[in-house]
Design a protein around this ligand. Structure first.
Ligand code: AGP
Length: 598
């Protein structure tokens, strides 16, 4: 998903480049800017990471007081300088985040009108269409509104028009956009985090509110919107997060979990979760994507076991297109680190249309999902820059654990002594995570060994099956090793056919009532001579002969917090495999941190 930004300010290139640096987690296939300088628009683009653009700019002496910028995650048209944004036509330059689903018929029409296209993107039709209507003597606003009226799909647009009056326009539909009035200028961006530190006042435009930004004012343009823009305080003003002494954001974020879980354990505001009337609920449905979906899968175990509530889980891209039945007294929970994931947002809107009670679990306070849900709880993981989610996952689990304790208390399904024990167990998280991280060098040896293989199978049982899935996802995301996860009991029903000397199997094996079942699965793996790797309780080694670089010992972990602690070695494994293979840990290929298109 791309990142867009725009600024009307003295030397506008500076805030735009600084903002692009904070938006690069959204896509790094290419980047570019357009700047209004000496009464003409100059556009400079570069393929790959933002540094390539900065290098090109350092060889030129250009600046101006109005600038738009873009960092790209390719959807239509491969990663190249030609397909990089901004796309310009005449005196109109545009940056776009989203997908214009009907761009082909529009493009064919424009070609018939004599327009010549440079790129194979969907976005390039926007500047051409606006330019077409400007050439028909329409005003800038009329040309933009006529263009917008024809677009189908999702878009956040920054539109720079050079003319008698040069202006920057911003408009969005189903794609994140924020506007800000700063002390030194006016800004627009995909994410409040990208706005300069002087952006104290921000506004989140609603769909299709056309906004004009210039050095004098920021105002609505739609004739229908004869009202002032109400800015709110910007709680997101952030300095570029540093990696500290770590080699990557992902590594830093993995090691941050000790403090984060300690803070969440000592958070006295537990009563805020009592705003949910769990007693009245018949059912909970939890919807999410990717890593957030695996957090939902763990929460299902906890709600059913400790609060006796029936829980359904679903991935958002499926939920929104099947006809889920929303029950009376059902709570629909939407989990999203970014709070902007398009499929999860659409699923939320579906549930709201069906009058479901909706709760959002997010890491970005002012995100669209947070603003649209009936209730919102933050997970307080702090900005997560590494594309592969780590600390957000354990903080999602931590908040779910608190919600389950609240539900168990309200529904009195388990004894208060057991509830007390769950709370005490949770307070151990930070210490146990620290214990695991203290043995990170042991994981490095195992990772170097595993990184020799092109494929891997991950096995887990019960509440750790989602953790096996999360481990396989992390490894896929940043090392590009093809890892698949299965509930260990499924092995015999097919996946076992894959096993041979070239297919390593990693098993997550704690000490609990399922250990013996897992040991038989491990024997099945050994019988097929597949290389075996175990993340497990020390007692496992009494049954299986393993080399140092095949085993990572888990500390003794109370059952209720097993998923929170067991995911940490999975995160380390992926990190060290990717490092062993020389991969870019923070910006893995083909991925982006927030998936704002379908
Ligand atoms: C996880 O490492 C990935 N970045 C991805 O699967 C992510 O979890 C998914 O896109 C959902 O994102 P969200 O939590 O921001 O909605």
């Amino acid at each position: 998903m791309c990142g867009i930004i725009g600024a009307v300010a003295e030397s506008a290139i500076k805030p735009v480049l600084a903002g692009l640096g904070k938006l690069e987690y959204r896509g790094y296939d290419s980047s570019g800017i357009s700047v209004l300088s000496n009464n003409e628009i100059q556009t400079i683009k570069a393929q790959g990471q933002l540094n390539n653009l900065k290098q090109r700019l350092s060889m030129q002496d250009i600046d101006g007081d109005c600038c738009i910028g873009h960092t790209r995650w390719a959807t239509h048209g491969r990663a190249s300088v030609t397909n990089a944004h901004p796309h310009q036509c005449g005196q109109v330059s545009v940056v776009h985040n989203g997908i214009i689903e009907n761009y082909l018929p529009i493009k064919q029409q424009l070609i018939q009108w004599g327009h010549h296209f440079h790129s194979s993107t969907d976005s390039e039709v926007v500047p051409h269409l606006i330019n077409h209507y400007l050439s028909q003597q329409m005003t800038q606003e009329e040309a933009i509104e006529k263009t917008i009226a024809q677009l189908k799909g999702s878009y956040a647009l920054g539109i720079l028009i050079n003319g008698v009056n040069s202006n920057l326009y911003a408009i969005k539909q189903d794609s994140p956009l924020v506007i800000s009035q700063g002390n030194n200028g006016a800004y627009m961006a995909s994410d409040a985090m990208a706005l300069g530190s002087d952006s104290e006042k921000i506004y989140y435009p609603k769909d299709n509110e056309l906004i004009k930004l210039n050095s004098n004012e920021i105002k609505f343009c739609n004739k229908s919107l004869n009202k002032k823009i109400h800015f709110i305080n910007n709680s997101n003003a952030s300095e570029l997060v540093s990696k500290g002494e770590h080699s990557s954001y992902m590594e830093k974020e993995i090691f941050e979990q000790v403090d984060l879980l300690n803070r969440l354990a000592s958070d006295q505001q537990a009563n805020k979760y009592s705003t949910i009337d769990f007693k009245a609920l018949n059912k909970i449905t939890i919807i999410a994507c990717g890593t957030s979906f695996y957090a939902a899968s763990v929460a299902k175990f906890w709600f059913e076991k400790y609060a006796n509530i029936s829980v359904e889980i679903d991935i958002a891209s499926e939920y929104r297109y099947r006809s889920p039945i929303i029950m009376k007294n059902e709570l629909a929970i939407f989990v999203s680190q970014s709070g902007e994931t398009a499929d999860t947002l659409a699923a939320l809107r579906y549930a709201k249309d069906k009058n479901a009670q909706t709760l959002a679990l997010v890491n970005v306070a002012n995100s669209t999902i947070a603003r649209e849900a009936s209730f919102t709880f933050e997970i307080f993981a702090g900005p997560e820059i590494g594309v592969a989610s780590t600390k957000a996952f354990s903080c999602q689990l931590a908040i779910f654990h608190k919600l389950c304790i609240e539900a168990a208390t309200q529904r009195a399904f388990i004894k208060s002594a057991e509830i007390k024990q769950l709370t005490l167990n949770f307070k151990q998280c930070s210490i146990l995570v620290e214990k695991v991280l203290q043995h990170s060098t042991q994981m490095q040896a195992l990772a170097v060994n595993l990184s020799k293989y092109a494929n891997a199978l991950f096995l887990g049982r019960g509440i750790l099956t989602p953790i096996a899935h999360e481990g396989a996802l992390k490894l896929k995301e940043i090392s590009y090793i093809h890892a698949e996860a299965y509930a260990a009991g499924e092995l015999k029903h097919g996946p076992i056919a894959l096993l041979d000397e070239k297919m390593p199997v990693l098993v997550i094996a704690p000490k609990n009532e399922l250990t013996d079942k897992l040991l038989s699965n491990i024997q099945e793996v050994k019988a097929r001579k597949a290389p075996l790797f175990i993340i497990g309780d020390a007692s496992i080694k009494e049954h299986i002969d393993l080399q140092e670089d095949q085993f990572f010992e888990l500390p003794a972990i109370p059952e209720s917090i097993l998923p929170i602690i067991s995911v940490i070695p999975m995160q380390l494994l992926a990190l060290y495999c990717a490092k062993a293979l020389g991969k870019n840990v923070d910006q893995p290929r083909n991925l982006a941190k927030s998936v704002t298109v379908e």
